[in-house]
Design a protein. Sequence first.
Length: 95
Amino acid sequence: MLESAGISTALIAAPGRLFLAISTDGLTDVQKDGCIEHDNALWLPIDMRLLGTSFEEAHSAASAELEYLKNTASFDIATTAESWEMYPPTSQVSR
């Protein structure tokens, strides 16, 4: 849904975890702290386990965990656009 509104999204795969991330392109006053750099862009990670809490809480939790993982493990980032190049979306056929 965010992609259709012009907001780029990505998934961040970490050991035993999956985070959502949204691009900061077009946002003003973005602080680099708490963001993940990927392909010369900044991404705001979101902890999907905390849906139903505030955006700030879900973002802060994801940022803290990814900062820890940077030093102890690895994680991969796949943007939706990159994924669509490999696996194009299909058209919905109504019946």
